[in-house]
Design a binder for this molecule. Structure first.
Ligand SMILES: [Zn+2]
Length: 171
């Protein structure tokens, strides 16, 4: 798979629901994961590989130099189909975001600090995810992708995209 870069129509479409949870879907998840690793990403939505489906993957597990988990709101890997935000905190937080479909750039975006999401895994089982911190941020960015929204349309007022830090992981 190749990551779709702006400008591209598929990045601005509302993706279609996933209705069939078969081996082909699992193969898609596996290939998306390989594509995300190759791009040094920590999240990837299906429209970013040209598939207009309500499917994204997240892999976020920050560790310190001794391999100890340093953030509780982290998760090794999961695929999420048909996600819906069921709750989000009134409290918001500003974080720097980058996107694999807008390579080499980053910007400041303010979003809810915590949220709850329901959806399905790649086998169709129901998932409920309560997230805060970076995980909450990645989830909101990926769900935006599935609704045809890129983060550059949500930059904080008075700010603009700038060259990304070299170590920035895209999503
Ligand atoms: Zn993105």
């Amino acid at each position: 798979m190749t990551i779709v870069i702006e400008p591209s129509p598929v990045l601005h479409q509302v993706a279609q629901p996933v209705t069939v949870f078969d081996d082909a879907l699992k193969a898609t998840v596996t290939t998306m994961r390989q594509t995300m690793h190759a791009a040094n990403g920590m999240g990837l939505a299906a429209p970013q590989v040209g598939l207009s489906q309500q499917l994204c993957i997240i892999e976020y597990l920050p560790k310190d130099g001794e391999g100890k988990l340093i953030e509780a709101d982290a998760i090794a890997f999961f695929a999420l189909a048909n996600p819906k935000i069921t709750w989000q905190s009134a409290q918001q937080i500003t974080m720097t975001e980058g996107c694999l479909s807008l390579p080499g750039l980053e910007g400041e975006v303010t979003r809810p600090k915590r949220l709850r999401v329901k959806g399905q895994d790649e086998t169709g089982n129901k998932l409920v995810i309560k997230a805060s911190g970076m995980l909450a941020r990645i989830l909101q960015h990926e769900i935006d992708h599935l609704n045809g929204v890129l983060y550059d349309s949500k930059l904080n007022t008075g700010t603009q995209l700038r060259p990304a830090q070299p170590d920035r992981k895209g999503v």
